[in-house]
Write a protein that binds this ligand. Sequence first.
Ligand SMILES: Cc1cc2nc3c(=O)[nH]c(=O)nc-3n(C[C@H](O)[C@H](O)[C@H](O)COP(=O)(O)OP(=O)(O)OC[C@H]3O[C@@H](n4cnc5c(N)ncnc54)[C@H](O)[C@@H]3O)c2cc1C
Length: 388
Amino acid sequence: MKLDFEYIVLGLGGFGSAAAYWLSRRAGKEVLGLEQFELGHVRGESQDHSRIIRLSYHTPGYVELAKFAFRAWEELERDSGEQVVLRTGGLDVGPRESAIPLSSYSDSMDAAGVQYEKLDAREIMRRWPQWRLTDDMHGLFQERGGIAMAARGNAAHVRMAREHGATLLERTPVEAIRPAAGAVEVRTADATYRCRRLVITAGAWSNRALAPVGLELPLRVTKEQVTYFAPPNLPAFQPERFPVWIWMDDPCFYGFPAFGEPGPKVGQDAGGQETTGDTRTFDPDLEARDRVIRFLERHLPGALGPIIYTKTCLYTLTPDWDFVLDRLPHQPEIAVAVGGGHGFKFASLVGQILSELSIDGQAPRDLAPFRIDRPILGMKDPPRTYMV
Ligand SMILES: Cc1cc2nc3c(=O)[nH]c(=O)nc-3n(C[C@H](O)[C@H](O)[C@H](O)COP(=O)(O)OP(=O)(O)OC[C@H]3O[C@@H](n4cnc5c(N)ncnc54)[C@H](O)[C@@H]3O)c2cc1C
């Protein structure tokens, strides 16, 4: 077994499988990926039928980044011959007076030259009679929004990385890493590998992976969940008739048309309790599910029906909800990505950027907001905000 690689990826969830893919396009057999569980496992952040992808974001920087995210998925689709993004349109909707003002989304799209429509409550209900809204509510519709097919995208990254020559090993936890004279040693139970560049994409286990290099980020891991409902009128919730949506208020809810299961999927953003990757359970939080049901009774009653299932999942949150996407200041041979609660839409792009940071030492994107040494990540008790 080969033990020396140019590039090793630690953790093969959404970001790591993408990094292995993009690295393998340029470095083929010189790429090793190591995953502690089986590939496609459900203990992390990236495994379900669908994640929202959208251009509508609260800063022009994210809108620009989202444009590149669509391109990265398109490149994977061309290379793999598989569809991984489904356009449904995306609706941001909520009270005019809300905790998450829509103006920052429309201003950001204006600044980035992205077209969208401002809709009042009546127009939203005319187009999508599934909604029940009052006159003090409004929305934004952006036609490129839709579904990033998470499980399928991850599988496509894995398959194509292997086709390009990468070695991806599952059930192979990395026990320790050790920088060693411009290289990095990566130890598993059975072997010690060496690489010139290491990519750490360890999600909820990021701090454990970073501990040997003396780094601890103020990450908060929460157990989140989504619920699939079987509605009485399933055709009304097909992707051609019902866009992905986000309720822009606190609490913030979001949902999907029927995709992957015979009914729409709904969740509350950041409605979960703090946990860890190892101690979390898979039990649904019944109170959180009740909040979703109360919301649907008020605003999307037709989506309600027997529960198909509730699926739990983890968020790994930075205090400002911005990603970490950087090389370590004192060990530039190591690059890290942590995605927060909104990273999947960017997964392929994050993999591409990680490959550029590792191979070229830089990426042609503005990564300043994602620096690992930004002040908030150095604070003991940082203020925590969210608006994504
Ligand atoms: C319910 C829910 C809804 C979401 N909705 C959206 C959405 O609509 N749109 C969106 O863009 N994003 C969304 N997100 C966020 C998005 O899914 C995550 O940001 C993204 O999936 C993060 O991927 P990751 O690769 O960082 O983490 P993971 O997929 O968890 O990958 C980390 C991997 O590293 C492995 N690992 C860790 N330590 C080791 C080790 N020592 N050795 C080997 N392997 C190791 C883990 O086993 C895991 O497989 C949602 C998340 C959840 C939970």
